[in-house]
Ligand binder design. Structure first.
Ligand code: PGA
Length: 251
């Protein structure tokens, strides 16, 4: 871990009832004191107000899993970054692989959503990562380049310094099979050196999270790598004790 303050972010995905989500938030608010990393949870958007009011004066921040690329208007079913900001969100996940694969989000859409988050004063967590097929075909670098270039071209390299990048190999998400610390570090270093070539200060300050089957028992090793600045946690974020243990590993 480096000079960048570690961030452990929970992506709750499409899970929870109003009651269970409040219970989870309360358990986190009780257990999060004293951790020296940033903690963030990203509930479903209709749960954000409840979670935000429970976490308001705690160290746990609240974010969203998605946003519109538009701020307001005739866009039925969308939620804008401006609105998420008003409800107390600090971050928005953009380009999660589930949104790319299941909802047709291209890198260009992801870039526009990332710009919308920044425009509203929120920190985008831009997810990038390759499928197993792409890795086996030797396309790792080109996939990372394509996903990252779209964002850099849209917002400019300087604004990347106001974002967080999350490297999430698609084959590691929800499979129980995390990338090894070595495999993850290799890609994180690749991402950082790509930023470095464009702007050294941005490369130095931009947190790069790892996501994909992070659990309490593999978190410390992953987070000990030079270019891994925390994690984006799915399944293990739905259990307060596991999520807090991962936060402790990053602290
Ligand atoms: P996982 O999900 O921790 O359940 O693998 C990570 C993610 O999708 O962000």
């Amino acid at each position: 871990m480096s000079v960048r303050r570690p961030l452990v972010a929970g992506n709750w995905k499409l899970n929870g009832s109003r009651e269970s989500v409040k219970a989870l938030a309360s358990a986190l608010s009780a257990g999060a004191q004293g951790l020296s990393c940033d903690l963030l949870v990203c509930p479903v958007s209709v749960h954000i107000a409840d979670v935000q009011s429970l976490l308001e004066n705690t160290v746990v921040q609240v974010g969203a899993q998605n946003c519109s690329d538009e701020d307001a208007g005739a866009y039925t079913g969308e939620v804008s970054a401006v609105m998420l900001k008003e409800f107390g969100c600090s971050h928005i996940i953009t380009g999660h692989s589930e949104r790319r694969a299941l909802y047709g989000e291209t890198s260009s859409i992801v870039a526009k959503k990332t710009a919308a988050a920044l425009r509203s004063g929120l920190t985008p967590i831009v997810c990038i990562g390759e499928t197993l097929e792409q890795r086996q075909a030797g396309q790792l670098q080109s996939v990372i380049d394509e996903q990252l270039d779209a964002v850099i071209n849209e917002i400019g390299i300087e604004a990347v310094g106001d974002a967080v990048i999350a490297y999430e190999p698609v084959w590691a998400i929800g499979t129980g099979q995390s990338a090894s610390a070595e495999q993850a570090q290799e890609v994180h270093a690749m991402i950082r050196s790509k930023l470095q070539a464009l702007d050294a200060a941005v490369a130095e300050k931009t947190p790069i999270l790892y996501g994909g089957s992070v659990k309490p028992d593999n978190a410390a090793e992953l987070f000990s790598q030079a270019d891994i600045d925390g994690g984006l946690i799915g399944g293990a974020a739905l259990d307060a004790a596991s999520f807090l243990a991962i936060g402790k590993a990053a602290s």
